[in-house]
Structure formats: C-alpha cells, structure tokens
Design a protein around this ligand. Structure first.
Ligand code: HPA
Ligand code: ZN
Length: 315
C-alpha cells in the first residue's frame, strides 16, 4: 500500500507553509537571526508539540514563525517543503501563507512574497512541481485587519491564486469575513475557508452560503448534518481533510473514527492533506499511510483520493 501511495501523482491542497518549519530549521534560523526561543535544543521543541486542541497548537505555531525574518528564510522554508513533497510525487501544491503572522513583527510584504516566489520558480524549474499560493486571513483578528491586509496584497496580486480563512475557529464564524471575501471574489480569486474542524456544521453552511467558497478546509463536523453533506456532494465542493492534524489536535477521538470514508460514501470529493506537517508528524504521504491503515482503505479508494486531489485543484 505504501508503494502505491508513493507512486501515485497527487496534489496537496491544504498546507500552511509556516507549519512546515522543521525544528532543526527553527533552531538554525533563531541563531542566524538572534531570536530568543523558549527551547534550548531540537528535542525540547519536539517535546513541546503536545497539543490538546487547535488553540494550544496555534500558540506554538505563531511563536515558531517568529524566527522567519529575511527573504532567504522564506525562500529556505518554501524550498524545503517543495523538495520534500516533490519526492513524495506531489505534482501540484496550493500553499497557504499567513501575512498577518508576519506583518505585525515588522516583516515587509516583499520579504515573504519574493522569498516564496523565488523558491516556487526554482522548484518548478528544478523539480517540475507546480506550486501556488493562497493568502489566508487570521479569523481571530477583526475583518478590518483582513481588509487592510487584502488591500496591501493587491500589489502582489499575480503571486497568489486564492484566499483562505484560518486560525482559531470557535467564536469566529465565517460570516464575520463576508466583505473581504466579496472583495477577493471581485478580484477573480478562488475562495476557501477552514470550517467544521472544531466549529459546528453551521460554520460550513456559512462558508458556502455567505462567503461563497469553492472548497472547505477540514469540514469534519459537516458529517453531522445530512442535508449539508448532500449539498457539498451536489455542488462538488471539495473537502481538504487532514488526518494527522485531526488526530494530534484531538478533533477525532481516534483515526479509525475519522469521517473521511463517510464523506466518500456520500459522494463527496474528499482529499488528503498534511495541514502543518512538522507539527503533526507527517507530510502528505504519511497522512495517506495513516488514514489508509486506520480505515483499511482499499486500493480503489486510495486511487480515488489521489484523483480527487488533482480534480479539486484551483485551475
Ligand atoms: N486550523 C486553523 N488554523 C490553522 C491551522 C488549522 O489546522 N493550521 C494553521 N493554521
Ligand atoms: Zn489548516
């Protein structure tokens, strides 16, 4: 099964580039940039990756990204990810980034945008992988901040293909971001939103009906609402699911109880993704291995998942 997963051509549609920062790179960049981290070595970083829920992860994730300072840091981060997944037979990656995690630390737009762009271009040339960027808004911040961010991002409009919505979900329903999503739609961008990871099915309805998203990131809790599942299947809204993330953040009690197969059986275009690979213990193929094992997926189902990922790309 692992051989099959390795050889299949796949797309990754739900990966936060800041969540691909390897502990070793975090240490190296902290030294290079003279940033104080509350960890003395790599094993202390790894020991801190002990999450109870989404928020306990996010606290570490925002702290971890503080080591990213220069254009070269962003280049190195992006290049390391693209190398890693190209070796896993990922032919296309649609990659989230969080401007609002960088700008308040005094990092300029050009620093991260040009670092990402240079790595994506080099990887396309050297490895043949097709990398694309999706700009995410942090939902724990007010929409006014997202609107300001979006306006400034227009200078780099050609460097990203869509927008997303991430960070703390509960208490931050999608409708709070309807104006900025309308602007993104008007700018011709693709739209996605994290919904139903920890939040209720209602948030998935809002992402569809109020934001008008083309894809749902996670979507697990949509399974609790049959009418919603039928809607997602009918409108061919792809779900970008992340098994190891769900396990590590305890969004599912056990991987054997993961909602993936129920969605597939209902005719939903479900896909497998890594979310934050270094924090959750696996890149794309490790996510396929874990869910294939936990749900005893057949070869046909695994092929279907890889096919779904290519089908659900923004192009
Ligand atoms: N959910 C919400 N926000 C995030 C995640 C996630 O899984 N990863 C990085 N930011
Ligand atoms: Zn995510």
């Amino acid at each position: 099964m692992q051989q099959l997963i390795q050889t299949l051509k796949k797309a990754e549609l739900h990966i936060h580039i800041e969540g691909s920062l390897e502990p070793q790179m975090m240490m190296d960049l902290a030294v290079r940039n003279k940033i104080q981290l509350p960890y003395a070595n790599v094993s202390q970083i790894e020991q801190a990756y002990n999450f109870e829920n989404l928020q306990s992860f996010l606290d570490l994730y925002y702290r971890g990204m503080s080591v990213l300072q220069t254009e070269q840091d962003y280049y190195d981060l992006m290049m390391a990810y693209l190398r890693k997944v190209s070796a896993q037979n990922v032919v296309r990656a649609e990659i989230f980034f969080d401007p609002q995690g960088h700008l308040p630390r005094g990092i300029a737009w050009s620093t991260f945008m040009l670092g990402f762009e240079r790595a994506i271009n080099d990887a396309r040339f050297e490895l043949g992988i097709d990398g694309q960027l999706i700009l995410c808004f942090l939902r724990h911040l007010p929409e006014s901040d997202a609107l300001r961010t979006f306006e400034a991002a227009m200078e780099y409009r050609d460097l990203f293909i869509g927008v997303g919505l991430d960070s703390s979900e509960q208490g931050f329903p999608p409708h709070l971001f309807k104006n900025v999503f309308r602007e993104a739609k008007n700018a011709g961008l693709y739209l996605s939103a994290h919904a139903g990871e920890e939040g209720p099915a209602e948030y998935v309805w809002e992402a569809l009906d109020i934001l008008g998203v083309d894809r749902i990131d996670h979507g697990n809790n949509a399974i609790k609402d049959l009418e919603l599942v039928r809607r997602i299947a009918r409108d061919k809204i792809a779900l970008t699911m992340c098994p190891l993330s769900n396990q590590r953040l305890q969004s599912v009690p056990d991987l054997s109880l993961h909602q993936l197969r129920d969605f597939m059986d209902a005719g939903v275009i479900a896909t497998i993704n890594s979310d934050d690979p270094t924090y959750f213990g696996g890149y794309l193929n490790e996510n396929y291995f874990a869910i294939a094992d936990a749900l005893k997926l057949s070869e046909i189902e695994i092929r279907q998942l890889a096919e779904n990922s290519l089908l659900a790309c923004y192009k």
